[in-house]
Design a protein around this ligand. Structure first.
Ligand SMILES: *[C@@H]1O[C@H](CO)[C@@H](O)[C@H](O)[C@H]1NC(C)=O
Ligand SMILES: *[C@@H]1O[C@H](CO)[C@@H](O)[C@H](O)[C@H]1NC(C)=O
Length: 429
């Protein structure tokens, strides 16, 4: 009976047709007896159940296929942009993996986030600063013009190294003082624990750019990083004029950023980045970004900046550091900062130069487009670059031979496209 009720709830249509069949059966009951009717009903039920399951399959898969890098975006523009040809292959394997997961119970992975545990520990939000750089912003008399704050993890030494040697350099850019810090928590990988502590202290002594807090450096703890950094900046770097905060896998055109910021007043509010509007919380349990209604009941997130990189003024930094203390912890750091912005009633500004979800590459020449330094010349932040790509791009951009009239020359090798058009055109004649 319970089974039937559940069935009724899930497949009302199927139940309707079953009722018809049962009426039909009752008429014949006197002649044939219960047994045949029950058997018939059972077979009907089974076949209907099977057909319903078959119908359900495709409706579940597309939700999981959404781009994990930009999970909350509802921008129609992006949906229509042609994607690189590689994606269909990746998607197919995702579908395959998904099928495997439905037949065998999925193991407890990183994505299996313990919300109950998170909610219970939400008030535990103050952690010690293990490595500080108290003099970071005292080196220049009026304070640095720009502080570059980069989210990193202890294990990613090579990424920090490449950032130090390229866009994250300290010193003067267009006559403005730039300083840099890396934001770290304690490593989640227990096997690296043995040596990491000595290594990170040495790294800190060598470069004086490490900030390390005593919380576990996990994806869902990035909000803690956000809060602790803002508090640190308000305390140890209050004289800074502007802050760039971003990931270590981005390419930042600091010259463009300085140029942009020189036209702004640090004593006024400013928050600029790749702003995402009207994003919806993901309610698909399997998603890395799944947020249950108990955690966030509203249907839309406040406007927030993609975490790849954004800019804020000194004034906004101080206001946000205060506001974020009053906002309940939320496991997605970008959205959390959006909530803090909403609290101080500050509208973040969308700037086209911030490509924190990566560049949508034209499918004809995906590699050429991202490696044309002239393309990067007009941008501020580009997300998702490999270590070598950051190094190469920075050197290309700072090459004395770079002249952006070269752009047309670079496109020459792709004449095969023209040939393809000719061969297509021939049969038509
Ligand atoms: C932890 O780090 C060690 C050494 O770097 C590595 O071999 C191992 O795969 C890592 N474990 C996890 C779970 O990431
Ligand atoms: C965040 O860090 C704290 C302190 O290290 C840890 O207890 C907690 O499990 C971490 N939370 C998540 C979601 O990783």
């Amino acid at each position: 009976m319970a089974l039937f009720i559940i069935f009724h709830l899930v497949f009302p249509k199927a139940v309707k047709s079953l009722k018809w069949q049962s009426v039909f059966c009752r008429e014949r009951l006197r002649l044939k007896g219960d047994a045949i009717c029950t058997l018939f009903l059972l077979v009907a039920l089974c076949s209907l159940l099977y057909s319903q399951l078959e119908h359900l399959k495709p409706s579940v898969t597309p939700k999981i296929l959404s781009d994990p890098r930009a999970p909350w975006r509802l921008m129609p523009a992006e949906a229509t942009v042609p994607r690189p040809q590689v994606t269909p292959i990746i998607r197919r394997t995702e579908v395959a993996n998904n099928r495997v997961q439905t037949t065998t119970p999925s193991p407890l992975t990183d994505s299996a986030f313990n919300f109950k545990h998170y909610l219970l520990n939400k008030d535990n939000r103050n952690f010690n600063l293990l490595i500080n750089q108290p003099k970071k912003c005292r080196k220049t008399p009026g304070g640095p013009f720009l502080l570059i704050a980069i989210k990193s993890v202890v294990e990613d030494f090579d990424r920090r190294e490449i950032v130090r040697k390229t866009w994250g350099r300290e010193g003067l850019v267009n006559g403005e003082q730039i300083q840099r810090v890396f934001l770290l928590g304690t490593p989640k990988n227990r096997t690296v624990l043995a040596t990491w502590e000595t290594l990170i202290h040495q790294e800190s002594q060598t470069y004086r750019d490490i900030l390390l807090w005593d919380f576990m450096d996990t994806f869902f703890n990035l909000t803690l990083k956000e809060i602790h950094f803002l508090n640190w900046a308000a305390e140890f770097c209050h004289n800074v004029k502007f802050i760039f905060k971003g990931d270590a896998d981005v390419f930042v055109n600091v010259e463009n950023i300085v140029d942009f910021l020189e036209r702004h007043d640090p004593t006024e509010d400013l928050f600029v980045g790749d702003i995402i509007y009207n994003a919806r919380p993901i309610r698909v349990r399997k998603s890395k970004y799944y947020i249950p209604e108990t955690m966030y009941g509203l249907s839309i997130y406040p406007a927030y900046a993609g975490g790849g990189g954004f800019l804020l003024s000194s004034r906004t930094m101080r206001k946000l550091s205060r506001a974020c203390r009053e906002v309940e912890l939320f496991p997605i750091d970008d959205v959390f900062l959006g909530m803090c912005l909403q609290r101080i009633n500050l509208k973040p500004i969308l700037h086209e130069g911030f490509k924190t979800f990566g560049i949508v590459k034209p499918s004809a020449a995906p590699h050429l487009q991202t490696f044309d330094p002239c393309f990067y010349k007009d941008l501020m932040v580009v997300h998702s670059l490999k270590v070598a790509e950051i190094w190469l791009m920075w050197n290309l951009l700072h090459s004395p031979h770079l002249s952006c009239t070269q752009k047309k020359q670079v496109k020459k090798p792709f004449q095969w496209k023209k040939k393809a058009q000719i061969t297509q055109a021939t049969p038509l004649r």
